[in-house]
Write a protein that binds this ligand. Sequence first.
Ligand code: RFL
Ligand code: PHB
Length: 389
Amino acid sequence: MKTQVAIVGAGPAGLLLGHLLRAEGIDCVIVERASADYVLGRIRAGVLEQITVQLMERIGLDARMKAEGLPHDGFNLADGDRLIRIDIHALTGKRVMVYGQTELTRDLMAACEERGLQVVYDASDVTLHDVDSDSPSITYAKDGASHRIDARFICGCDGFHGPSRKAVPAAVGSAFELVYPFGWLGILADVPPCNHELIYANHERGFALASMRSETRSRYYVDVPVTEKVEDWPDERIWDELATRLGPEAAAHMTRGPSIEKSIAPLRSFVFEPMRHGSLFLAGDSAHIVPPTGAKGLNLAASDVHYLSSALIGYFKAADHDGIAGYSSRALARVWKSERFSWSLTKLMHRFPSDGAFERRMQLAELDYIAQSETARRAIAENYVGLPL
Ligand code: RFL
Ligand code: PHB
């Protein structure tokens, strides 16, 4: 098979990119290792920046998000006693949209057929070839047969563990990484949220987040040591811990219920440079990971896709090579700022095993400063809603 752009991975980055290219009449094929159901079964992001919402608008797939998503004007930090509200709308004029990654992915998947976006699911042994030439290709196996796609470009949207980043020769790439000593234990339950806005809490006992998917479905997290197993956390233990860490106000409004999903996600900060090598581009989690504290992962994937789609559209429609040449540095400039925000909010809101009494007082002093200073709240709000493209 021959195409203009071969995309590896049908997560949000790959699907968004595919739709943006198809909308301009550019040929592309997505090759995905997993099944569509498996991709939809992963419970991940919940908060969308305006730029992500705008990309969905641009491809005309925003109707359900507008009808069912929850626009939020603010969120809260908690220090064990009180809620510190960050009024993002008053401080920045912008809002975020609470709409699950699962739903966004479902909307993107549902439109593939009618838009002529071909996705090959259940592809195994996906391998990239000749990425430093002008005629790269992908091979994969499906239903016992081998297949090959020849393309002008390959876009690696295959997440942190995919093969694309590994196709960049070690001599030309640099990886920057920080692994945190805790993970987030998440629980999804069909109960109303305890608060109409998100609460990120730093309590003596550790971190907790109260989030939601709808008025009737809640998503909560607590941080746990990386050695912990989901089996050690029956639902009641999680609800008890949430009630303590989120503080009395939230606990009083918390409805408990059986979990419909429960998992532990490790926390990592990671950046790979450059995000282009020859005819291969990296976008989303294949190039960078942020700890989920700033709600930035999916949104960064969307901003990469914004830059990459305009570079590819410029190349194919106007023979403009500048966008292609500048993609990596444009994307990385925004990536590093989101990395900084996610890392600093993670440090502010979590108890690290190496922290002593002094570090704890520093966290409390910073939270108190944020509570008192509109300037501090504005800086947080500006990052949370998403820095300009
Ligand atoms: P994905 O979603 O990992 O998709 C990559 C796709 O590539 C496929 N793949 C392969 N395909 C072919 N061949 C191979 N060999 C392949 N190997 C892998 C995979 O099957 C998959 O379908 O990456 P993408 O598209 O870059 O999207 C990134 C986002 O998924 C991620 O950044 C966010 O989920 C991060 N994240 C959050 N981001 C936000 O913006 N806001 C949030 O509120 C937020 N909360 C979260 C999060 C991530 C979490 N976890 C579990 C890591 C909360 C959590 C708990
Ligand atoms: C979520 O709802 O899953 C969520 C919300 C905010 C975050 C991370 C995850 O920062």
